[in-house]
Write a protein that binds this ligand. Structure first.
Ligand code: NOJ
Length: 572
């Protein structure tokens, strides 16, 4: 097939008459703002630090930066508790710093996506303070319920058994209003009532505000939680013996999550985006966290006639790959997204984020090799690829002691269980160089500890040698810019238990073959038998660092040797 490309207008490309939007083949880079770069020495990353990182973004070959929240916040959930959606928290900088960042990104040709947190505000948000006082129109902005009376100790009894995702009751008694409010996350994050049209309107106005200020899209936080079943019934117990007391896993969340009305609310957000796009001609991306239920996640996409999200994040390469992963697991993870995604939609691939252990720390033996193999898969499949800051240098989880633990989910779990629940290990400072505190801060402390391995694992060192994790990442990002990886066809297979492989092809351009061995022993495989259309000999484009074969080495496809957990990209 002959591919004809034409640039139609800002952010849209036509391929064979079909419009391709800028985000549909983009490499997105998630910044956790507290941890990228601190320029004022207070130990917390800031907006100026993000602006200073733009040369790094350019060298990494990314297209778009997604910022976890930088809005005004008491930081009980480190920015996911917002007390003013329209201003910047001073810990991160000023409005001028934001404009400077936004302009500098634009000048560098990079897009900017903001986090959007509609489910809850901070308990310090003006709406909540007024709601506590029953001041209209804010009286019913939140989910307020009466107590069921007093227990034997004289404590107010909450309206039902609902639990917070961060452990303990999801209800908090408010003495002043003499009612309970719902909080599905920390006590400092009261849930908004999306059955109140004024709340929906407020949220739509917020989207519009940031669009008017030049942002290129949003990542919607916690959509499964956005609306609750109206009868407020107790949720059934899971009776899971491995679930600790009071933890979220005690209940089957049939009334607090994944309610059908969720889609109506997401559609309203879509409408704001569509209207803005048609008014301005700009192309905006709307993406969201997934649901815990696969089919519900797929419904976030909507359909070709009734589009909702551009894409919900695909966490299959996280949740569906066990510590001991086989080729068939990788194939199944791909199938589950690609076969179930509605027609005409764009896929996306995520291997890590600020809520989950880092990629290289999820698979038992930590030699970093399998993480690199997974980055190969994530970056060379069709669709959007999302990099979590630090993955480009293959950072690993950092040990964070109980005393140093900051994440509310870790703190609520207590000293015995915090390691199972805390998200801090994946949120530690970016490792820029081998100077004190990894060059993260100009000060003498950092809000979370720097991983002691920064002495050997840091960007500066990786940039000064030819074959490192960072140069590996750069090669992947470079391949993503080719027509083959952007628009080429995909064929994938688990060749046997040990070898997962896929090809990307487009006529008249280079072809790519990706081969990965998830096993912890070396394997030898005849790849040609599985992909007979490929020539017998190709050239190595990229290899994981444990392999002795390197770029431009010829490779005989009928006899490929892959080291334990290693991967190869071959070019034809
Ligand atoms: C999901 C976010 O990713 C997480 O970090 C946050 O704690 C919760 N939503 C609550 O906003």
């Amino acid at each position: 097939m002959f591919f004809r490309f034409a640039v139609l207008c800002l952010g849209i490309l036509a391929v064979n008459g079909q419009t391709i939007k800028w985000w549909s083949t983009a490499t997105l880079y998630q910044v956790y703002p507290r941890s990228l770069k601190d320029t004022n020495g207070d130990g917390v990353g800031d907006i100026k630090g993000i602006t200073e990182s733009i040369p790094h973004f350019i060298q990494s070959g990314i297209d778009c930066v997604w910022l976890s929240p930088i809005y005004k916040s008491p930081m009980k959930d480190f920015g996911y508790d917002i007390s003013d959606y329209l201003s910047i928290d001073p810990i991160f900088g000023t409005w001028e710093d934001f404009l400077e960042l936004s302009n500098a990104l634009k000048a560098a040709g990079l897009k900017l996506v903001m986090d959007f947190v509609p489910n809850h505000t901070s308990d310090e948000h003006d709406w909540f303070i007024r709601s506590v006082n029953r001041e209209d129109p804010y009286t019913n902005y939140y989910i307020w319920k009466d107590s069921l009376g007093l227990d034997a100790n004289g404590t107010q009894i909450p309206p039902n058994n609902w639990l917070s995702a961060f452990a303990g009751s999801a209800w908090q008694w408010n003495d002043q209003r003499q009612q309970f409010y719902l909080h599905q996350f920390t006590v400092g994050q009261p849930d908004l009532d999306f059955r109140n049209p004024l709340v929906l309107q407020e949220m739509k106005n917020i989207l519009r505000y940031w669009l008017d200020n030049g942002v290129d899209g949003f990542r919607i936080d916690a959509p499964p939680h956005i609306i609750e079943q109206i009868d407020f019934l107790d949720e059934p117990l899971t009776n899971d013996p491995s679930c600790p007391e009071n933890q979220f896993c005690q209940l089957n969340h049939i009334y607090t999550m994944n309610q059908p009305e969720t889609l109506d609310i997401l559609r309203e957000f879509r409408q704001v985006i569509d209207q803005y796009q048609s008014e301005t001609g700009r192309v905006i991306v709307l993406m969201s966290e997934p649901s815990n239920l696969h089919n519900f996640t797929m419904s976030y996409y909507g359909t070709e006639q009734d589009p909702i999200m551009d894409f919900p994040f695909n966490f299959n390469l996280i949740y569906d790959l066990p510590a001991e992963t086989f080729a068939i697991d990788i194939k199944a993870a791909l199938d589950k997204w690609l076969l179930d995604m509605p027609t005409g939609k764009v896929a996306n691939w995520v291997t890590g984020n600020h809520d989950l252990p880092r990629t290289r720390s999820r698979f038992g033996i930590d030699d970093g090799e399998f993480a690199l193999s997974l980055y190969m898969i994530r970056m060379l499949l069709p669709g959007v690829s999302v990099t979590y800051y630090g993955e480009e240098i293959n950072m690993e989880n950092t040990f964070v002691s109980w005393q140093e633990t900051r994440d509310p989910q870790g703190c609520n779990a207590g000293p015995d269980l915090y390691q199972k629940y805390s998200r801090d290990p994946a949120r530690t400072p970016f490792q820029w160089n081998s100077q004190n505190l990894a060059g993260f801060t100009t000060g003498s402390t950092s809000w979370l500890p720097v991983n002691p391995n920064y002495v050997n694992l840091n960007l500066e060192d990786q940039m000064s040698s030819i074959r490192t994790e960072f140069t590996f990442y750069q090669r992947l990002a470079e391949a993503r810019k080719s027509n083959t990886i952007r628009f080429g066809s995909l064929e994938y297979k688990s060749i046997n238990n040990d070898v997962f492989a896929f090809t990307r092809e487009i006529q008249a351009d280079d072809k790519y073959l990706v081969i990965v061995n998830p096993n912890d022993i070396e394997v030898r495989v005849n790849v040609r038998a599985a992909f007979p259309q490929l020539p017998e000999i190709g050239l190595v484009y990229l290899s994981t660092l444990g392999l002795t074969t390197t770029a431009n080495d010829p490779i005989i496809l009928s006899d490929v040797i892959l080291d334990a957990r290693g991967g190869l990209v071959v070019n034809f």
